[in-house]
Design a protein around this ligand. Structure first.
Ligand SMILES: C[S@@+](CC[C@H](N)C(=O)[O-])C[C@H]1O[C@@H](n2cnc3c(N)ncnc32)[C@H](O)[C@@H]1O
Length: 268
């Protein structure tokens, strides 16, 4: 394994500690960034904001023992946001260091590929796939697995990056130049065309609705200022889990060309 020294603004340890150079989208990057998951101002800050928005699309459980399967759960950032909704939260991920943290937040961990989930057909009332599909080599396989484990009447919720030139520009070329954003975490060749995703879900009996989302501009400015001056206040669901802060809001936007949410019910 090759190592190189990296400086500040790479999303890697700022001390100049040796960091592995890995291919784009290599899951081992999540091991190297393991300490960042639960830092709401860290390299994965935006995942916190997206988890909040995704949780808002998760309905409350309608039966005792309801199960939410969280594909590519990472360190379980969704867990505190859905904790009051009545689900047993099962998380599936390739990366053990992330799963250990998810388990510490009440997620039942399964170390597996989201394209081959060791769970029974129709066991899930909700399947979540937050910021996962743009990381897998064959996203239709993961959609097929999501549909297989989802019971009829169950809900699929997801968010991902669109396969457009604008998305590649903003999410990779621009974002990776910003301070604190990990480099190489995305492979733009894996981004997911929203219309193809809707068609694929329909093939599996899921009528997926899609909308573009983005961080609210003012809330990001307020967060950046708060982070710069260290003045923070609590965000919903996080009051007991860290310092006070102002988390930015993810808001709907007119275009799904970059970042989008999808949600829908499995009809058959
Ligand atoms: C961008 S993170 C999102 C994590 C989490 N869903 C969230 O929003 O906080 C992507 C996650 O997907 C996982 N992942 C990538 N490919 C995967 C695969 N084929 N099967 C399962 N997990 C995968 C990674 O390990 C990582 O934890």
């Amino acid at each position: 394994m090759r190592y190189e020294e990296v400086g500040p603004g790479t999303g890697c340890p700022a001390s100049g500690a040796p960091v592995r150079t890995l291919p784009r989208n290599d899951p081992r990057q999540y091991d190297d960034l393991a300490d960042e998951w639960w830092d709401p101002d860290g390299a994965f800050a935006m995942l916190h904001w997206l988890a909040e928005a995704r949780a808002a699309l998760v309905p409350s459980a309608t039966r005792p023992g309801a199960v939410l399967v969280d594909l590519g759960c990472g360190a379980g950032l969704l867990a505190p946001r859905v904790a009051g909704k009545g689900y047993r939260h099962v998380g599936v991920d390739l990366v053990r260091s992330a799963l250990r943290q998810a388990a510490a937040h009440g997620v039942q961990p399964i170390n597996a590929d989201a394209a081959a989930v060791p769970l029974a057909d129709h066991c899930a009332d909700v399947v979540a796939a937050g910021e996962l599909l743009e990381h897998v080599p064959d996203w239709p396989e993961v959609v097929a697995e999501a549909a297989r484990v989802l019971r009829p009447g169950g809900t699929l919720v997801l968010d991902t990056l669109n396969a457009t030139a604008l998305s590649r520009l903003l999410a990779v070329r621009v974002a990776e130049r910003l301070p604190g954003v990990p480099r190489g975490i995305h492979d733009p060749r894996l981004f997911v065309d929203s219309r193809a995703l809707v068609r694929e879900c329909a093939r599996h009996g899921i009528h997926l609705r899609v909308r573009g989302v983005r961080p609210g501009s003012w809330s990001v400015v307020r967060w950046l200022v708060g982070r710069a001056v260290g003045r923070v206040r609590p965000g919903p669901g996080l009051r007991d889990s860290g310092p006070e802060r102002y988390p930015p809001r993810i808001v709907p936007t007119w275009s799904a060309a970059v970042l989008y949410q999808g949600w829908g019910t499995k009809e058959r």
